[in-house]
Every structure is written in structure tokens, then in C-alpha cells.
Write a protein that binds this ligand. Structure first.
Ligand SMILES: [Zn+2]
Length: 93
């Protein structure tokens, strides 16, 4: 008898579908690396396939994009403010 078979009359436990190529931990690492540099084409492809399949990693990717955009906007705002201060300081009376 198979030890993994459920007792008769009970539904089989649901199994998650195997995700080809990457596990979520690897996908999270690649998403972080992608923020810093361009991924090799094969890693980029594996990551995109994983993101098609995995909703949790898609949400994580979305959050990373949001944080990166917010940081970029903050940096631009500060650069603009410094530029404005500099131009006001050097203006002749
Ligand atoms: Zn995942």
C-alpha cells in the first residue's frame, strides 16, 4: 500500500504545481539584482516565466518597482530643490 495515499473517503490534499526553473527565493534574489544591473538573458527569461506563474513574486516585483520609483522621485525632488537654492543664492541683488 502507498503510504502517501489519503485514507479512503477523504479528498486528496491539493498540491501546488511545480514552478519550472526558479523557486521564489531565487526569484526574489534576481528581482533585487535586477535593480542594480541588467540580468543575463537566460536569468531574465527564467524570472519572467516565474513571474507569470507566481502571484506572490509578482506582488513583490511590483512593490520593488514602487519603492525604486519613490526613491528616484525623492532624489529628483532634492536635486531640484538644491538647484533652486543654488540659483537663488547666486542671483544678483
Ligand atoms: Zn514566486
Amino acid at each position: 500500500m502507498n503510504d502517501r495515499a489519503p485514507p479512503s473517503g477523504q479528498p486528496r490534499p491539493r498540491r501546488r504545481l511545480p514552478m519550472p526553473g526558479l523557486v521564489c527565493r531565487d526569484a526574489a534574489r534576481l528581482l533585487s539584482e535586477e535593480c542594480e544591473h541588467r540580468l543575463p538573458r537566460w536569468q531574465w527569461l527564467l524570472l519572467r516565466i516565474h513571474l507569470l506563474i507566481c502571484g506572490a513574486c509578482r506582488r513583490y516585483a511590483h512593490q520593488l518597482r514602487w519603492i525604486r520609483e519613490a526613491a528616484r522621485r525623492k532624489a529628483l525632488d532634492e536635486a531640484a530643490r538644491k538647484h533652486l537654492h543654488r540659483s537663488l543664492d547666486t542671483r544678483e541683488p
